[in-house]
Ligand binder design. Structure first.
Ligand SMILES: O=C(O)C1=C[C@@H](OP(=O)(O)O)[C@@H](O)[C@H](O)C1
Ligand SMILES: C=C(OP(=O)(O)O)C(=O)O
Length: 448
């Protein structure tokens, strides 16, 4: 089902080549953090290029419920009048984070060290996802949590009245957990230290420093040791949100697999903690080039050009690259189906706790379209059928998962027969203009 309505079945089909420019929306991770850190600063933060997807809108509403003023000025321009670190008011309603793991986990961290109580819920997908990974470290600050069995939402958090700083090693590669601990550390006295064994996206560290917090990073044998000095006064910022590489992945991969295509996706951030997919595609032999390489806001940015690539080969994706492309495995598995040989994805068990079990969802949908796959708990293998070789013709269940929905839409552009999804509604959580943007390139997408 879509977030609040009836399912929206959609079908995509092979047509002419995809050509032209695809201007994808703002980065989802940076958009959430802009609103949350804006709400914790003293004064007015201005944000342009905010992703106006449902996930981010839900975070904006939550920040209002905690007392910040969040104003939409139109055209992707927003402002947030923050209440300062420790200044959150107790919300009078339940906080509904919809479909968003990032939203709920970061907001839990942000309120966990204030003397207030808040109850969180979400849609059927979010209410099935594990929250213990966040409430365990938050308990070390003194935060109490009361959720459903297995640490599931709906859940009430009672913020710590006298928080103590924490030293915590994140047990799984998760930027959401890292970020929740750092945000909680903002209102604890002294230094909060988070250690991650594998690098995950570093937007929280960069943005906290941008808002004036003291954050240091030491690369040690233990891993990345991030130290945050507590109780800073965060200074409001002017933020231009870069375009989202995770959204860019869809028109890029569509351009690679749809016959005759040549697609330009301008202005995509290539922060190394996010860009693993593009390296992987190049290793597979994709005709993917980075044009007009430049720096914007301290981050590498390029225009991505993807041309139809009929000689891509399956590879072993290095497991240590997983965190830098974690949301891109579903669409990579579509490209893998259109390459020759086997693509082996190891170290990917985190995919099983996203909006859906993404290994299972992709495996079942690919099989329905005539592709052979193998899987175990931590591994996904796709047997490629070569360019134009995927039969298609299946209906794929999307399980309230936007990335599964968009991935199968991309498969339809390359398969011999149309590919149908049972619900495209969730696409609006991260990429509300997906359908129009793809149609603008010449793609054939229809609603039943
Ligand atoms: O911190 C973030 O903004 C995100 C972190 C990742 O989740 P995990 O931290 O659970 O890996 C990613 O899948 C999600 O889309 C966004
Ligand atoms: C995993 C994702 O998001 P979240 O965890 O925020 O729901 C995603 O966007 O692919």
């Amino acid at each position: 089902m879509s977030a609040h309505g009836e399912p929206i079945p959609m079908t995509s089909a092979k047509g002419g080549p995809l050509t032209g420019e695809a201007h994808v929306p703002g980065d989802k991770s940076i958009s959430h953090r802009s609103l949350i850190l804006g709400a914790m600063a003293v004064g007015e933060t201005r944000v342009s290029g905010l992703l106006e997807g449902q996930d981010v809108l839900d975070t904006g509403r939550a920040m209002q419920a905690f007392g910040a003023e969040v104003v939409n000025h139109g055209g992707g321009n927003w402002s947030v009048h923050g209440v300062g670190v420790g200044g959150f008011a107790e919300p009078s309603q339940v906080i509904d984070c919809g479909n968003s793991g990032t939203g709920v986990r970061l907001i839990m961290g942000a309120m966990a060290t204030s003397p207030i109580t808040a109850t969180f819920t979400g849609d059927a997908s979010l209410n099935g996802r594990p929250m213990g990974r966040v409430t365990d470290p938050l308990a070390l600050f003194g935060t109490q949590s009361y959720g459903r069995k297995g640490g599931r939402l709906p859940m009430t958090l009672v913020g710590a009245k006298s928080p103590v700083p924490v030293r915590y090693t994140v047990p799984m590669p998760s930027a959401q957990v890292k970020s929740a601990v750092l945000l909680a550390g903002l209102n604890a006295p002294g230094d909060t230290v988070v250690i991650e064994k594998e690098a995950t996206r570093d937007h929280s560290e960069r943005m906290l420093a941008g808002f004036g917090a003291t954050v240091t990073l030491d690369e040690t044998r233990e891993g990345r040791v991030i130290t945050l000095s507590g109780q800073p006064e965060l200074k409001p910022q002017t933020i231009t949100v870069p375009r989202d590489p995770s959204s860019a992945a869809f028109p890029v991969c569509a351009g690679l697999v749809a016959e005759g295509s040549d697609v330009l996706v301008p202005g995509i951030g290539l922060n190394p903690t996010r860009a693993g997919l593009f390296t992987t595609l190049q290793e597979m032999g994709a005709d993917l080039t980075f044009e007009n390489m430049r720096e914007e806001g301290g981050e590498p940015v390029a225009d991505l050009r993807a041309r139809f690539s009929d000689t891509m080969k399956g590879i072993e994706v290095p497991p240590e690259r997983a965190a830098s492309m974690i949301d891109e495995y579903p669409v990579l598995s579509v490209v893998a189906a259109c390459a020759t040989g086997k693509t082996v994805m190891r170290g990917v068990k985190e995919l099983r706790v996203k909006e859906s079990d993404r290994i299972d969802a992709m495996a079942r949908g690919l099989e329905a379209c005539g592709v052979t796959v193998e899987e175990d708990e931590d591994t996904f293998i796709v047997h490629g059928m070569g360019a134009g070789g995927v039969p298609g013709g299946g209906t794929c269940a999307t399980h309230l998962d936007h990335r599964i929905a968009m991935s199968f839409m991309v498969l339809g552009f390359a398969a011999q027969r149309p590919v149908r999804i049972d619900d495209g509604g969730p696409i609006a959580t991260s990429f509300p203009i997906f359908e129009d943007l793809m149609r603008g390139l010449g793609a054939h997408i229809s609603r039943d």
